[in-house]
Structure formats: structure tokens, C-alpha cells
Design a binder for this molecule. Sequence first.
Ligand SMILES: [Zn+2]
Length: 235
Amino acid sequence: MDTILNLLLQLQELDFQIENIRKQLKELPSKIEHLKQKKEELLFSLDKIKTQINHLEAEKREKELEIQDLEDKIKKIEEKLLKVKTNDDYKALLREKAKAEEKIMEIEDEILNLMEKIEVLKQEEKTADEEYKNKVAILEKEINEKENELKTLEENLKNLEKQRQELANSIDNSFLKRYEMVKTKKGLPVIAVINSDTCSGCFMVIPPRLYNEIVKGKNLTNCPHCGRFLLYIPS
Ligand SMILES: [Zn+2]
């Protein structure tokens, strides 16, 4: 095989690998970000339950204090009842006491209600906590793997670019320039295999005279339509 063509094929192979790595490097960070977001969401839903429990417990404590106040009030009423002078005052104090007792019962019902809600939420919290631990472990493993992959790809890219530079230095400048020009204009592949009499890069038919020259193994030729280097593989 033509030496220059051989070198250009090696260059193209490196370019394919570099292109592939660059594509992965472009996609990986958003994949990692997505996994991190999923982790945040899990933590958020767990925190949401914890916050709800805290609110309900605070509400419960408030109601317990209310009961405490009412009980103090009842005690004071009972003291007054011992010293009361008139029947009307006595009745009024009893009504006040009954009202306070009724209110206590109401609040106790509300506390029971709150305790039931807290119980349900604590069960939910337990389930969410287990789910969080399981899923987070998996997510963290995935994040770790992807971050390592990213590092490896970056190293590979550096090595490939170095190899490419060395190879490019060994290629005749006029061919290299043409190669780079086609690569910029058309993208990979720069070297197109001839299928029957068609350029596999642009799918145009190669003029018969040129085709015959290529078959005879004359100089390295470019497709007159797309400019790609043409590679003829005898069958
Ligand atoms: Zn072509």
C-alpha cells in the first residue's frame, strides 16, 4: 500500500478515536449531573417528611401547653369555689370550670389526631429512609464510575492527541494540509473507500478515466466531487 495513504489511514483512525472520545466527554458531565440531581431529589423527599413530622410535633407540644394552662385555670377556679359567697357566683364559676374541662377534651382529641398523623408519617419516613439508603448507594456508585470514566477518557484523549501530533509531523505537508482541509469541510471519513465505481464518502460516481487510473494503482487521488482521498481495495 502507498506509504502516504497508509499514514493518512493511521491518522484517520486516530481522528475517529479522538472524535469518539470527544463525543463521550461532551455527554458524560450532564449524565453525572443528572445522577446527582436524582440523589438530591431523594434527599429532598426524605427531608420533606421529616419537616412535616417536626411541624406536627411542634403543634402537639403547643396543644399540650394549652391543656396545661387550662388545668391551671381549673385549679384556680376550684380555689375560688371554696371562698365564693353567692350562689350566682358559684354557678358562674362552675360553668367556667365545665367550659375549661370541655375545652381540654377537645384539645385531647386534637392531640390524638396529631399523634395518629405523626405515626403514619414516621412509618413513611422509615420506608423513605430505607429507600434513600439503597438508592443513594447505587447512585453514588454510578456517579463514581462515571467520574472515573471521565478521567480515563481525558487521559486517553491526551495520549491520542500526542500520538496524532507525532504522526502528523511525519506526513508530507501538502497531503496533511489536504487531509485537514477535507476533514474541516466534510468531516470524517477523509479517506473514502471506492465501492464499485462510487465514492463511499459522497456517493457520487467517479469518472471512468480517473477510476481506471486508481485501479491501476496510480498516484493517491482525491474524489473530484467531495475532495476525499480515495482508497481502492482490489477484490
Ligand atoms: Zn466523494
